[in-house]
Design a protein. Structure first.
Length: 174
């Protein structure tokens, strides 16, 4: 498996992988997470150098996973929002998601970002150093998210960075 930055040519494959990863049994039509990635690409919060794909070896470069971080805010301070993270169902539980998360966190840390936030399963994301956002005084946009809203502090983190978290606008529409 190779992890690399997403290119414009990968957009269709990323859309397909995201739709497969988040498909819900018994439903048809557009998958919200795939629509979210498409909308994020068109907004000011899109950071092309924070969008990564996992490419399978020996599968003619088939994209099997994707992760993206976009520009978000804690109060007025710039931070990152991680997600969606999607892995093709046949490739799940093989380390693809972990490799993507490690890659995006390493890139974020190397570029001086203070923290990355996400909404997800604490049992999964805890292995990457994510902790409940409330421990750092970061308030999720929806109070009911508290048990699943997490942050991962990075080298540039300052404990004075506290307050309300705001996702990019496409998160509010999808």
């Amino acid at each position: 498996m190779l992890i690399r930055r997403e290119t414009p040519e990968d957009a269709g494959a990323v859309d397909h992988v995201t739709a497969l990863a988040f498909a819900r049994p018994g439903t048809t039509g557009d998958v919200p997470e795939a629509r979210l990635v498409r909308e994020l690409r068109t907004c000011d919060a899109w950071l092309p150098d924070r969008s990564f794909v996992a490419v399978a070896e020996g599968a003619a470069g088939q994209v099997v996973g994707h992760v993206v971080c976009t520009r978000a805010r804690v109060e007025a301070a710039p931070v990152l929002a991680l997600g969606p993270l999607g892995v093709r169902p046949g490739q799940q539980r093989r380390g693809v998601g972990s490799a993507l998360v490690h890659t995006v966190l390493g890139a974020a840390d190397a570029s001086g970002e203070p923290l990355v936030a996400l909404l997800g399963d604490p049992a999964y994301y805890g292995r990457f150093g994510f902790r409940l956002a409330g421990e750092y005084g970061v308030i999720p946009p929806v109070a009911g998210w508290r048990p699943h809203f997490q942050v991962r502090t990075l080298s540039a983190y300052d404990p004075a960075l506290r307050g309300a978290f705001a996702y990019p606008a496409p998160f509010d529409r999808v």
